[in-house]
Design a protein around this ligand. Structure first.
Ligand code: HEM
Length: 207
C-alpha cells in the first residue's frame, strides 16, 4: 500500500469520530453561534503557529520539504480572520488540549516523518472538509468572507488536483518502513489531538 493509502485507511475511523464529535456536529448543524466558531479559530491560531514555525525550520529537509508549500501557509489568513472578529490572539489562552497539541507538533522538529503527519492531518483536512466548514459558517452564522479567509487558498485554483499532487508527493517520500510507521502513528496522534481540542471546546461551552 502507498503511504497516502495507508494514511487514509489508518485514519478513516478517527476521521469519522472527529466529524461526529459533539462540538463539530453542533457547529456544523447550526446549533451553536458565531462566537463558538471564533473560539475555534482562535485556538487554531496556536496550532498553525507551531505547525508553520516548525515547517519553516524544516523547509530544506528532504522529507518535510517535499510537502511544505508556502501556498498552504494559514497563519496570516487566520490572523486576518481573527482581526475581523476583533480577537487579538495574544489575549487568548490556549486550551489544555491545544497546549498538548502544540507540544506534540514542536516535538517533531527532530523527526520530519512525524512532522509530515501533522502537516497532512491539518492541511489536507482544510483543503477537504474545511471547504464544507466555511460554507456552513457562512450559511448558519452569517460569518462574512472576510472572516473565512483561512479556508480560501490563494494560488491553489483546483483543490482536487492539488490534493492528488500532495498524495503523490507523500507516496514519493524517501522513507524507510520504520519511518512510514512513525508517520502513520503520528497521524493517528494528530487526529486524537484534534478530537481532544473539540472536547475542550465542548467542555468550555458546557461550563
Ligand atoms: C467538519 C467536519 C469534517 C468534514 C465535513 C470533513 C470532510 C472531509 C471530506 C469530504 C474529505 C474527503 C475529501 C477528498 O477525498 O478529497 C475529507 C478528507 C480529509 N479530512 Fe476531513 N472532514 C471533517 C473534519 C476533519 C478533521 C477534524 C480533520 C483533522 C483535523 C480532517 C482531516 C482530513 C484529512 C487529513 C483528509 C484527507 C484524507 C485523505 O485523502 O488522505 N477532517 N474530509
Amino acid at each position: 500500500m502507498s503511504i497516502s493509502e495507508r494514511l487514509r485507511e489508518a485514519t478513516a475511523e478517527a476521521h469519522r469520530q472527529a466529524e461526529h464529535s459533539p462540538f463539530i456536529e453542533d457547529l456544523m448543524s447550526g446549533r451553536l453561534d458565531r462566537g463558538e466558531y471564533e473560539r475555534l479559530a482562535a485556538q487554531l491560531y496556536f496550532i498553525y503557529e507551531a505547525l508553520e514555525e516548525v515547517g519553516d525550520a524544516l523547509a530544506d529537509d528532504p522529507v518535510a520539504g517535499a510537502v511544505i508549500d508556502d501556498k498552504l501557509r494559514r497563519l496570516p489568513s487566520l490572523g486576518a480572520d481573527l482581526a475581523s472578529f476583533g480577537v487579538d490572539p495574544s489575549t487568548v489562552t490556549p486550551l489544555p488540549a491545544v497546549e498538548r497539541y502544540v507540544e506534540a507538533i514542536q516535538a517533531t522538529r527532530t523527526d520530519p516523518a512525524r512532522y509530515v503527519a501533522h502537516h497532512y492531518t491539518r492541511y489536507l483536512g482544510d483543503l477537504s472538509g474545511g471547504q464544507v466548514v466555511a460554507h456552513r459558517m457562512r450559511e448558519h452564522y452569517g460569518v462574512y468572507d472576510s472572516g473565512l479567509t483561512f479556508y480560501s487558498f490563494e494560488g491553489i485554483d483546483k483543490l482536487k488536483r492539488y490534493k492528488d499532487d500532495y498524495r503523490a508527493r507523500l507516496d514519493a517520500l524517501p522513507l524507510d518502513a520504520d519511518a512510514v510507521d512513525r508517520l502513520v502513528d503520528e497521524a493517528l496522534a494528530a487526529f486524537a489531538h484534534n478530537q481532544a481540542v473539540f472536547g475542550d471546546l465542548d467542555g468550555a461551552r458546557a461550563a
